[in-house]
Design a protein around this ligand. Structure first.
Ligand code: TRP
Length: 368
């Protein structure tokens, strides 16, 4: 997505799960067991909403943040980085000079799309996981023979609908059926596809090295679920960053312009906005580290001083230098992908590597 797109991007209403009215934090721990507080009348809730601007929250966000900040080593699942602002900042990351992965993957897909499309065959349905701006989609969809349907799945609803609308203009003959979903959980296909007689194959496109943002165990489970989603005749097109060179890795996650820092720090702003948090965002800084044993980049938010922040009125203390671990990005080479695929009852059919050897696309098929 270009900066032009970013500026023109108009949100629309983000589809949300129903949110409960804001109550004291006790309810997060023991839903339904808090006695009705008569003093907390509707009017006083409304007044409080006027004053604070927070009226409701996502209970899963609240549960993940409260439990993550209660651990001895604080961490928050990376899922929550991707609100609308986070998704916009992420798109900006993909255009940074330091962030090579998106460009490498696009160049690679340009070269191998025809071969992949050959393998896929006609009338296929493509499901894309973490589709974001769907920028890589046309490369595959455009190479496929009579694609039947395209199902982009993304956690940021407003973003998803915007991208789907653009694609409809570009591929008028393909049924474009966006689904708001989180790939850490089972993805529900639209009814029209779940119960329709099978046409061509079902393909899951999982680009962007997003698999690397899961732990290795979660990654195996995720592949298993994606295998179920596309069925025994299906195929997974998996894009992974396999770079192990720290000199190019570290800047990719800590750019000079500070966009990755803004993306990471937006999590604290989101908590302030959505959970009545009191984080002093200026008192945290972004840090990217490379763990060469685990072969992963870690993103952290480092507390620059001793401080306390409240979330849903609960205090959390931070020592100077203490961090919140916000994301991992594992770097899997071919052998690692082969053993992960085997654990998920799949086999690696084929693969392509970009010329500098940093990025790979693998084709995986469920065992028959
Ligand atoms: N999945 C990609 C990666 O790990 C993209 C990505 C996710 C990313 N979160 C990020 C890139 C944070 C930079 C910073 O590389």
């Amino acid at each position: 997505m270009t900066t032009q797109h970013l500026r023109n991007f108009s949100p629309g209403a983000e589809p949300r799960t129903p949110r409960p009215l804001l109550r004291p934090p006790a309810e997060v721990d023991r839903p339904g067991r808090v006695p009705v507080d008569h003093a907390d009348s509707r009017r006083s809730r409304e007044l409080r909403a006027e004053i604070t601007g927070w009226t409701s929250y996502d209970p899963r966000l609240a549960a993940d943040v409260l439990s993550g900040l209660s651990q001895p080593r604080k961490s928050i699942p990376s899922t929550w980085l991707y609100d609308q602002r986070g998704s916009q900042l992420f798109e900006a990351i993909t255009e940074l000079p330091e962030y090579y992965a998106t460009r490498s993957e696009i160049a690679l897909l340009r070269n191998c799309a025809a071969e992949i499309a050959e393998e896929i065959g006609p009338d296929a349905t493509m499901i894309e996981i973490g589709s974001g701006s769907s920028r890589k989609t046309p490369l595959l969809l455009g190479a496929m023979q009579r694609p039947y349907a395209y199902v982009p799945v993304d956690i940021s609803g407003a973003f998803l609908m915007h991208s789907a609308a653009l694609l409809r203009g570009r591929f008028p003959d393909v049924r474009i059926m966006p689904v708001v979903g989180d790939f850490k959980r089972p993805v529900q296909l639209p009814h029209a596809l779940r119960f329709a007689p099978a046409r061509g194959r079902r393909i899951v496109f999982f680009p962007g090295s997003t698999i690397g943002n899961l732990t290795p165990e979660e990654a195996v489970q995720c592949l298993e679920r994606l295998g179920d989603l596309c069925g025994p005749n299906g195929l997974i097109v998996l894009g992974v960053d396999q770079n192990h060179n720290e000199e190019t890795l570290l800047p990719a996650y800590n750019d000079a312009a500070g966009v990755t820092a803004a993306f990471n720090l937006n999590l604290l702003e989101r908590i302030n906005r959505e959970l009545g948090g009191s984080f002093d965002v200026g008192a945290f800084r972004h840090e990217a580290r490379y763990d060469s044993d685990k072969r992963r980049i870690e993103m952290h938010l480092v507390s620059v001083r001793e401080q306390t922040a409240e979330v849903l009125r609960r205090p959390f203390a931070f020592a100077q230098g203490e961090t919140i671990h916000t994301e991992n990005s594992y770097k899997y080479d071919r052998e690692a992908i082969e053993s992960m695929a085997a654990r998920a009852k799949m086999r690696r059919l084929a693969g392509w590597v970009e010329e500098r050897g940093r990025f790979a696309v693998h084709l995986l098929e469920p065992h028959t």
